[in-house]
Design a protein around this ligand. Structure first.
Ligand SMILES: [Cu+2]
Length: 465
């Protein structure tokens, strides 16, 4: 963590879009900035009520200052450079050096004061998604407050009344500012024991977000509504997303918030979980049942809990298959089973760089060393112990190990399957295939009837053959 002077930081002033007067900041807590996209260790509270801190995937928790019983935080809205995956950086807007901004952790009943300094080139505001608070602290520019002008600092102050999982984001030029990466996580821990909030050994948080960045460029396209090409967790894409590393037998909670413009069915391998809460707080016990996938709709938060009792490297990912891919051309025709022998050579006479994609499916793309523009993440990538994982985007792993120490979040490496517990290649003799002869349900290629006709009926107009 890099504590640097708010005025003296050369890197900060280089990106600063506006200057903030020294006098105006005299009473503010010194803002803390993060320069790396790594998963920071949990921030154990040194002051205030105790709680079990969360771990922000590829993120960090914002330190605070106690000021006469009030927890004071300082968020600085500013342009940032976010590394979305190794070798791929994006020009975003965020808070305190990163997108998303740091996680804010408080305890039920805490009085909280948050200073928000605007170093963007346009006005902004801050909305505290899901919180019970006075109307004038809700942060909707134009409705509950004037927008925070460029170079100014506004103060938000309220009591964190309800324990739960929350988010923060601007409510001013929202389309631009959220498409540029302005958002953050907020957790209000329960004060003492709560009948519906269990204590857990590991508590992970991340936001689901999406960007549209043309290959070879660095700035998200803010006009995109649906056709995003980068589906991320905390503005990171696989293989840039850290694994969730736990000890066998740990009770694990994962909290997710969705600030994209589509839903994400999040799927965990090898375990069943229960959804224990959402935006409105913890769910009653009767509303919890075993699941392996849960949909996180737009603007929603979900928290899932499970016992990590199976060792291994278990995939955790969005089940929309296009969301586990990185930037690609969506207009590529499907060429599976198209025999185009000879065609590529012909085409290369006029287009020397021409390449036919996906003759056998798209798996070749995961292994091919294709030339891609600088600063671009490969479409499907991430190498496991057995080759390409052929994934990108919203994909990571739950790594469960016997030997992971309590409180240790470091990556234990790849799981070594015990002998006899892994799928293997059959090397014995193959039996003669048995296929139904008369039914016509299944016809082997060798016995396919010659001259089979395909009839295509269009919704209107004549039948075509
Ligand atoms: Cu998704």
């Amino acid at each position: 963590m890099n504590r640097r002077n708010f005025f003296g930081g050369a890197a900060l002033s280089a990106v600063a879009a506006a200057s903030v007067s020294r006098a105006a900041l005299a009473a503010l807590p010194e803002p803390v900035f993060m320069t790396k996209a790594d998963t920071a260790p949990p921030l154990t509270p040194e002051t205030g009520r105790p709680y079990n801190p969360v771990v922000t995937l590829n993120g960090w928790t914002l330190p605070w200052r106690m000021n006469q019983g009030t927890k004071e935080f300082h968020l600085v809205a500013e342009p940032v450079v976010r590394e979305m995956a190794p070798g791929f950086k994006a020009h975003m807007w965020g808070y305190n050096g990163q997108s998303p901004g740091p996680t804010i952790e408080v305890v039920e009943g805490d009085r909280v004061r948050i200073f928000v300094t605007n170093k963007l080139p346009e006005h902004t505001s801050m909305h505290w998604h899901g919180q019970r608070l006075p109307n004038g602290m809700d942060g909707v520019a134009g409705l509950t407050q004037p927008a925070i002008p460029v170079g100014k600092t506004f103060v938000y102050e309220f009591v964190a009344r309800r324990p739960g999982t929350f988010m923060y984001h601007p409510h001013a030029d929202e389309m631009t500012q959220m498409a540029m990466g302005m958002m953050g996580f907020w957790v209000t821990h329960p004060k003492g024991k709560h009948p519906l909030i269990d204590e857990v050994d590991r508590d992970f948080v991340f936001l689901l977000n999406a960007y549209d960045i043309d290959p070879g460029s660095m700035t998200p396209k803010i006009m995109t509504m649906l056709d995003f090409n980068l589906w991320s967790w905390n503005s990171r894409i696989f293989p840039g997303i850290d694994a969730l590393n736990v000890r066998k037998g740990d009770k694990v909670r994962i909290r997710m918030g969705n600030l994209t413009m589509t839903n994400h069915p999040i799927h965990l391998h090898g375990h069943e979980f229960k959804v224990t809460g959402g935006d409105g707080g913890p769910w009653p016990m009767a509303a919890r049942w075993p699941e392996v996938t849960t949909d996180v709709a737009v603007g929603q938060m979900r928290q899932i809990e499970f016992l990590a009792d199976e060792e291994g490297d278990w995939a955790l990912h969005c089940h929309k298959s296009h969301h586990t891919m990185n930037a690609m051309g969506h207009n590529v025709p499907t060429t599976i089973a198209v025999d185009h022998r000879g065609l590529v050579k012909q085409l290369q006479k006029v287009m020397p760089d021409y390449m036919m994609m996906g003759e056998r499916g798209m798996a070749d793309m995961g292994e091919m060393e294709m030339p891609i523009p600088d600063n671009t993440a490969p479409m499907m990538t991430g190498t496991g112990p057995y080759g390409s994982v052929e994934m990108g985007g919203m994909f990571s792993m739950l790594k469960v190990r016997k030997n992971q120490k309590p409180g240790d979040y470091t990556d234990p490496g790849w799981y070594k399957q015990p002998t006899g517990t892994q799928a293997y290649a059959w090397t014995g003799a193959l039996p003669a295939a048995t296929r139904p002869k008369e039914s016509g349900m299944a016809v082997s290629a060798e016995s396919a009837r010659p001259g089979t006709e395909v009839e295509i009926r269009k919704p209107s107009g004549p039948m075509v053959h």
